[in-house]
Write a protein that binds this ligand. Structure first.
Ligand code: HEM
Ligand SMILES: *[C@@H]1O[C@H](CO)[C@@H](O)[C@H](O)[C@H]1NC(C)=O
Length: 328
């Protein structure tokens, strides 16, 4: 009797292990060197293009980093960000949350190089992930190993953008719970916001801290500088006025961001709140004091972000042109 039960149990366990191997959960299908056989030079080609583009337009590397965030946070890392508005279906990049995003035309440069080597093989979602990885290196950040095999969405999720991507003035609690839902803990969230060590912020996203009264958590001298950059409370939304995220090393992904935040020179409200919230402040202090630790945590967090809920296997498709879904 006992023997029969044991046999049944082992058969059942065997069955379970097969079932899980035959139908692995989405996440486990990302793998290292997914293109090892189908397009062996894929990762090399992306890196070469990222370097070439960086040498012509340094801020492309900054864009690749922001693209990773905006793509992966909405639904999944599926290149839904890159779709154009078609037949009245709004693109994610045309929403207000995506204000200021740039350099999309150079994604096409990378895709063209891949298509000429291995047509219809490398997904736009993997281009988003790997270009961010290589961009981070160009900006002096850490080298991150990323898995590949992401597939492209067949649709845009513009209506999910506002609920998925935090606003510049959201509370840290809201930010932590949003990032937490993607498996990013508090330390990772603090590290990822270090991306604001590079790039710029337009006045529309700043004036709330300057007018009618200056946010008391802003260093007064710094507030004066920002008012000079953004002289009116109602900037034309199309206005090109902006401020650098980090005036000292604006194109280097380093821990200057945390030093600035500790000196009350955080640009966005969410940046500044990191220094005052008791959950995040200890990490801010540690990152401000140790660039190596920041890089280590940043690298760890980028991996988690880049693996948010990917489409894999037969899901989605590999787009030929990152701006449009393939027609049948
Ligand atoms: C609470 C989360 C976040 C909020 C509210 C936020 C918000 C913003 C805003 C308002 C801008 C300025 C846009 C403009 O006016 O042009 C910006 C820029 C940027 N963000 Fe974030 N962000 C967040 C997290 C992240 C993360 C996690 C990353 C990447 C890992 C990232 C990367 C960037 C980059 C690189 C820029 C500069 C873009 C450029 O200069 O072209 N952000 N962000
Ligand atoms: C956040 O900023 C937006 C403008 O970008 C503004 O409409 C909104 O009222 C602000 N929210 C809070 C809570 O201050």
């Amino acid at each position: 009797m006992a023997a029969a039960t044991n046999l049944l149990t082992s058969v059942f366990i065997l069955y379970l292990s097969f079932a899980f191997q035959l139908f692995p959960s989405g996440n486990s299908e990302l793998q290292s060197s997914f293109y090892g056989e189908s397009c062996p030079r894929a990762e090399e080609i992306i890196k070469e293009e990222v370097i070439k583009l960086y040498n012509e337009h340094g801020n492309t590397a900054v864009s690749w980093l922001r693209n990773l965030f905006h793509d992966c946070v909405v639904k999944s890392c599926d290149a839904s960000l890159l779709l154009e508005t078609v037949n009245g279906i709004k693109s994610e990049k045309d929403t207000t949350r995506s204000f200021g995003m740039r350099n999309f035309k150079y994604v096409a440069t990378i895709k063209r190089a891949l298509e000429s080597h291995c047509p219809s093989t490398v997904s736009c979602a993997d281009i988003v992930a790997l270009s961010a990885r290589d961009g981070i290196v160009m900006l002096g950040g850490p080298r991150v190993e990323l898995k590949t095999g992401r597939r492209d969405s067949k649709q845009s999720y513009a209506s999910d953008v506002e609920s998925s991507i935090p606003n510049h003035n959201d509370s840290i609690s809201a930010v932590l719970s949003r990032f937490g839902s993607m498996g990013l803990d508090t330390e990772s969230t603090v590290a990822l916001l270090g991306a604001h060590s590079v790039g710029r912020v337009h006045c529309v996203n700043l004036v709330g801290r300057l007018y009618p009264t200056v946010d008391p958590t802003l260093d007064p001298e710094y507030a004066g500088y920002l008012k000079a950059r953004c002289p009116t409370p109602d900037p034309d939304p199309k206005s090109v006025l902006y401020s650098r995220n980090d005036r000292e090393t604006p194109m280097i992904l380093d821990n200057m961001y945390y030093k600035n935040v500790l000196e009350h020179k955080g640009l966005l409200s969410v940046d500044q709140q990191l220094a005052s919230d008791p959950r995040t402040a200890p990490f801010v202090e540690r990152m401000a004091g140790d660039n190596g630790y920041f890089h280590q945590q940043f690298a760890r967090a980028v991996v988690v972000l880049s693996e948010n809920n990917p489409l894999t296997g037969p899901e989605g498709e590999v787009r030929k042109d990152c701006r449009y879904v393939n027609s049948n």
